[in-house]
Design a protein around this ligand. Structure first.
Ligand code: CA
Length: 231
C-alpha cells in the first residue's frame, strides 16, 4: 500500500481528499499543522506528501524545505486560487507539482498516481550519466531544473522552462492557451494567448536545434491548444 501524508488544516477539504485517496487504495495519514507533519515524517517514512501552502503554524513552503533536508519524498502542493507566485515558489523549493483550490479530489488522486509513476521511472537520485543510456528524447532533471533534448541541454528562459515543465508533467494532455498561461506565467493578466504561441515557437526552435530533423514534440491541436507528445 502506498502511504500518503496529507497536511491540510481545513477538515472539509481533508475529508474529501482522504475519501478519494482511500478509494484509490492509498493509505492516508492526516496532519493539521506543519509542525505535526515534520514530526511525523522524521519518525515514519511515507511514499508521498500532499501539502497545503496555507497552514496555521508555518507555511507549506517552510514545511517542504524541512522535508527536503531529510527526504526526497514527492510533494504535491495545494495552493490558493490566486497564488500564481505560490505555485512557482513551490516548484522552485523542491515540490513536484501543485493543484489549485478549488480542485476535484479525484483529480488530486490521479495527480498523485502520475507523479509516483514518473518518480519510479526516473529516480531523483540518478545522475545524468546514469540515465543517459535510457536515450529518452526529452528528459527533465529535477535537481538542476534543466531539460535535456536528445541528451543536449536546452538553454531556456524562465517562462520557456515553466511552459515545458507544465506540458512535460502531463504528457499527451492537450492544454488550451489559457490553461498554459494560468499554469506557467507569473502574471497571466499581463500577457495574451499570442505570448503562449511565441514561447512555443521559440521552444520548438531550441528543441529542433538539439536534433535536426526530429519531429516536433510540442504538437498543435488546431483551435484548441498544445500537447507534448514524446514518441
Ligand atoms: Ca489552509
Amino acid at each position: 500500500m502506498t502511504h500518503v501524508l496529507l497536511v491540510e488544516d481545513e477538515p472539509a477539504i481533508a475529508d474529501t481528499l482522504i475519501y478519494a485517496l482511500e478509494t484509490d487504495r492509498f493509505t492516508v495519514t492526516h496532519c493539521l499543522t506543519g509542525a505535526a507533519a515534520i514530526d511525523y515524517l522524521k519518525n515514519q517514512p511515507v511514499d508521498f506528501v500532499i501539502l497545503d501552502v496555507g497552514l496555521p503554524d508555518i507555511t507549506g513552503f517552510e514545511v517542504c524545505k524541512k522535508f527536503r533536508e531529510i527526504s526526497q519524498v514527492p510533494v504535491l502542493f495545494l495552493t490558493a486560487r490566486d497564488g500564481v507566485i505560490d505555485r512557482i515558489t513551490g516548484l522552485e523549493i523542491g515540490g513536484d507539482d501543485y493543484v489549485t483550490k478549488p480542485f476535484s479530489p479525484r483529480e488530486v488522486s490521479a495527480r498523485v498516481r502520475a507523479i509516483l509513476r514518473r518518480s519510479s521511472i526516473l529516480p531523483s537520485t540518478a545522475t545524468p550519466q546514469e540515465i543517459q543510456g535510457t536515450c529518452s528524447s526529452l528528459r527533465h532533471d529535477e535537481k538542476t531544473m534543466l531539460f535535456y533534448c536528445h541528451e543536449k541541454k536546452l538553454d531556456l528562459t524562465a517562462h520557456e522552462y515553466k511552459l515545458l515543465l507544465v506540458l512535460f508533467q502531463a504528457q499527451d494532455r492537450v492544454f488550451t492557451r489559457d490553461q498554459l498561461l494560468d499554469k506557467a506565467w507569473f502574471d497571466p493578466g499581463a500577457v495574451t494567448d499570442r505570448t503562449v504561441d511565441a514561447h512555443v515557437k521559440s521552444l520548438r526552435a531550441k528543441m529542433r536545434q538539439a536534433r535536426e530533423g526530429a519531429e516536433d514534440m510540442i504538437q498543435t491541436r488546431r483551435g484548441i491548444g498544445y500537447a507534448l507528445v514524446i514518441g
